[in-house]
Design a protein around this ligand. Structure first.
Ligand code: ADP
Length: 489
């Protein structure tokens, strides 16, 4: 099969979250399974042109009544044999810092214009390459225009008449919602404002149009696929998703099992596996030293690596007077390490908490190396998300023998098995209701097990480390989705 991924981000070129990991890893796994895969994405300022190959002719991209011109660059996706990644270079749209926005302007006002160029450009790129995919796979609202263009325009051209679209929901919370004054940027006739499903209380909603127009929908875990069809988890889209439930599939994301592998991870001081679990202690010591915590093997270390965003349960953990982090650090014999960046109030509050709690150490920023060390050096990993489409960190934690403490939601439910303190079964600790009290109690439960049920903890760590989250399995499921949609065309 020929598959084109249309995405705003892909690792290692540009990343804000799990989407970027998924697009690249899935592409590699699909290629391994015998498919021909290409990716198209913007060339942001941060992506150095010197590392890319320039394609000689520029690309004319008709966007309705106007035409935009893009430079095109290309690179082979690292880790793949030949997944060609194409970059659309457009100074006005992408020649600036930031993928969707910056600290000053968190959501660029001209995002409809920017991502319209990406989606229109995807089809023009295929024409330029004389390469027509069976599947156009779009990811989240930023590439949500691609399935719309396929359904209402391109499907009626000879080149794309046998092409289907698949749209993956990585996070239903981000919908690309803009004033309808931006409509001109989309290059579509006004009748599609309603006709393709953009209209949302008289505004443009990119995600909604993609949900209504794609041939198949997927999301990144089976539990999340169910949750988004409910009013509680549906972000106002649950009605549409219930209507389209026959084409909606939940497929758990995999993990790059080479990169996130404690037995060969180059970013940690000591490699280990489930048979040599005792060596994990070297990483714990390194983490304690790096963060300025007293080195003590006996005290449990709780790690947190997260975007500091409401979705991640940061209010319940860190909000002044409300969050439970302070009481955990005050009441329990634990150490806590937090790596994250995001909402300003939370960054400030973490600083204040660190000043009050000698057993809490924080690092504000994005640090790939430290995230590996936290996974390898912690004993527990805390992830109390409000909702979690899939979540990667809990899977990394399992593979590193760092027992996750999670809220029972989305991909967290699908990957972490509850600890049974009678039998010792399980791979982590789950709680249902998101409140500071539940987090406090569940952390307390883990601390109890750490000090009193050592043999259970060891057995759980070993069990967790033997989990298989390889992409090969997920890729097979995506191929089934593609095939089904092609059969129905
Ligand atoms: P989301 O995509 O919602 O942010 P995921 O758990 O699916 O959550 O993926 C987050 C990814 O980003 C993981 O690979 C995680 O390690 C990484 N990450 C998040 N914050 C940081 C940070 N401050 N430093 C390093 N890596 C981070």
């Amino acid at each position: 099969m020929k598959i084109l991924m249309v995405s705003a981000e892909a690792v290692p070129f540009a990343k804000t979250g799990g989407l970027a990991d998924m697009v690249s890893a899935l592409s590699i796994a699909l290629e391994k399974a015998g498919n021909e895969v290409k990716i198209v994405m913007p060339r942001y300022y941060k992506i150095n042109r010197d590392n890319l190959t320039k394609i000689d002719s520029p690309l004319g991209v008709p966007c309705g009544w106007r035409e935009e011109w893009c430079g095109v660059y290309k690179a082979v996706l690292p880790g793949s044999t030949n997944v060609e990644t194409y970059f659309l270079d457009h100074e006005n749209a992408f020649g600036r810092d930031g993928i969707y926005g910056t600290k000053e302007e968190s959501d660029f006002h001209d995002n409809p214009y920017r991502f319209s160029i990406l989606c229109h450009g995807a089809f023009q790129l295929c024409r330029m390459l004389h390469w027509y995919p069976n599947v156009i796979h779009a990811h989240d609202w930023s590439s949500g225009l691609a399935p719309v263009l396929l359904k209402f325009h391109e499907r009626w051209t000879s080149e794309f008449s046998r092409t289907i679209s698949v749209f993956t929901i990585h996070n239903l919370g981000y919908q690309g919602n803009y004033d309808k004054g931006n409509w001109g940027a989309l290059g579509l006739d006004w009748n599609l404002f309603h006709g393709a499903g953009f209209e949302d209380f008289d505004r443009i909603n990119f995600l909604k149009a993609a949900l209504e127009s794609s041939d198949a929908l997927t999301t990144v875990s089976p539990t999340y696929a169910r949750e988004i069809q409910s009013p509680q988890g549906g972000f106002r889209m649950d009605g549409i998703l219930r209507n389209r439930s026959n084409v909606l599939t939940g497929i758990l994301n995999g993990v790059d099992m080479d990169y996130w592998n404690p037995s060969k991870d180059k970013k940690i001081p000591q490699n280990y596996n489930f048979k040599t679990l005792a060596k994990k202690a070297v990483n714990k010591k390194a983490l304690q030293e790096r963060m300025g915590l007293p080195v003590d093997e006996k005290i449990p270390v709780f790690g947190v690596v997260t975007r500091l965003a409401d979705q991640k349960g940061i209010a319940e953990l860190f909000a002044p007077t409300y969050g439970c982090c302070y009481s955990i650090c005050r009441d329990m014999a634990v150490q806590m390490v937090v790596l994250g960046s995001g909402e300003k109030w939370c960054e400030n509050e973490l600083q204040a908490l660190q000043d009050k709690c000698p057993n809490l150490k924080i690092y504000i920023g994005y640090d790939e190396g430290l995230s590996h060390l936290i996974e390898a050096g912690s004993d527990f990993f805390l992830m109390p998300s409000k909702y979690e489409p899939c979540g990667l960190n809990q899977m990394y934690s399992l593979l590193y023998g760092t027992l996750p403490i999670v809220r029972n939601t989305g991909g967290l439910s699908d990957t972490v098995e509850q600890y049974n303190q009678e039998t010792g079964e399980g791979t982590g600790f789950r709680f249902d209701y998101l409140s500071p009290r539940s987090i406090y109690d569940t952390v307390g439960w883990a601390v109890y097990a750490w000090y009193n049920k050592k043999e259970h903890i060891k057995a759980m760590q070993k069990r967790a480390m033997q989990k298989n989250f390889s992409w090969d399995l997920s890729a097979e499921k995506y191929m089934e989705v593609y095939q089904k949609a092609l059969d129905n065309l």
